[in-house]
Ligand binder design. Structure first.
Ligand SMILES: NC(=O)c1ccc[n+]([C@@H]2O[C@H](COP(=O)([O-])OP(=O)(O)OC[C@H]3O[C@@H](n4cnc5c(N)ncnc54)[C@H](OP(=O)(O)O)[C@@H]3O)[C@@H](O)[C@H]2O)c1
Length: 283
């Protein structure tokens, strides 16, 4: 699996598996567990989850899926709710996440989005967790450039290794200044919804003539083209969610797709990045 180097010297896989909407329906449990295991067996060792997903249900699915794998080979990411990111609550939140996943450490722990708890309080707790070995590193999610600047102005705030934000061909606001800011500050961006939720977030993406033609020229699906658009960017790792095995296989194959300059230019014409500051896109 291709990897990116984090500022603390650790590596992170470039492609992982998302888990939003997993663990919400017990009838789907077996299929969901098997999908994650199928992905891990094919090399998708990074799994992104959160205490929010299925109110712990997704973490339980992850726990079941990983129990027969070597923990050292996995890269587990979870997220704390902003209302649990205080000193009073965050340590029990992380313990509960660990318990649900049947592990004694997380590779990455993220603040899911900004809330009312002072950033310094959350950063101090994250740093203590790193020292205690409960987490290997920490980051944030849904932070725009100004939020990152504020975070980095706090003592130890610049130890943040990742900002997880929405990014796909049809939502390129982060290209205006956030992506370059992260690159300059040696912080990796983790793109969520790289497939625009299978086209659901912007339907015209998957029906677009240029997208379809470029995909056809590479003999890939339009979804693989969407994923390779994200994977072709520098300093970005991404976590598509896929339950269908053919989707998982297609997503792994997308790592090998290199888009040519003229193809990228064509995509830029169809779905340009804004040349002005926009609100950070979220779902
Ligand atoms: N930090 C945050 O606030 C935040 C917000 C949203 C998401 N996330 C994380 O990011 C992950 C990814 O985002 P997402 O799940 O919202 O959307 P996504 O990954 O863009 O899209 C998932 C959808 O795409 C389909 N799909 C996957 N691979 C495909 C392929 N090769 N061909 C056709 N369809 C394909 C999936 O279908 P099947 O499942 O049927 O295979 C599913 O319906 C989440 O699961 C979650 O871990 C984080």
């Amino acid at each position: 699996m291709d990897k990116l180097l984090l500022k603390n010297g650790n590596y992170i896989p470039k492609l992982g598996q998302g888990t939003w909407r997993l663990g919400e329906d017990s009838r789907k449990r077996k299929v969901e567990v098997e999908a994650l295991q199928f992905g891990i067996n094919k090399g998708l060792n990074l799994i992104d989850t959160a205490e929010m997903y299925g109110e712990g249900g997704a973490e339980l699915i992850v726990g079941e899926a990983i129990k027969d794998f070597n923990r050292k080979d996995l890269f587990l990411v979870s997220k704390v709710y902003p209302h649990n990111a205080s000193r009073r609550k965050i340590f029990s939140s992380v313990e509960n996440s660990l318990k649900r996943m049947g592990t004694d450490y997380l590779d990455l722990y993220l603040l899911h989005w900004r809330g009312t708890v002072p950033l310094k309080e959350t950063v101090d707790c994250f740093e203590e967790m790193v020292k205690q070995g409960i987490i290997k590193q920490w980051g944030v999610s849904n932070f725009d450039t100004e939020d990152m600047e504020e975070l980095f102005s706090i003592e130890k705030g610049s130890n943040c290794v990742i900002n997880q934000v929405l990014y796909h061909l049809g939502s390129r606001g982060t290209e205006y200044d956030l992506q370059s800011w992260l690159m300059k500050n040696n912080t990796v961006m983790m793109a969520y919804c790289p497939l625009a939720q299978g086209g659901f977030l912007r339907e015209e993406l998957v029906n677009n003539k240029s997208v379809m033609e470029i995909a056809k020229n590479h003999n890939i699906s339009v979804y693989q083209l969407l994923l390779s658009f994200v994977l072709n960017r520098k300093n970005i790792v991404t976590i598509p969610k896929a339950i269908k095995k053919e989707h998982i296989q297609d997503n792994i194959a997308s790592l090998k797709i290199i888009l040519k300059e003229d193809e990228l230019e064509r995509l830029n014409r169809e779905f340009p990045a804004p040349n002005f500051k926009t609100w950070l896109d979220v779902v």
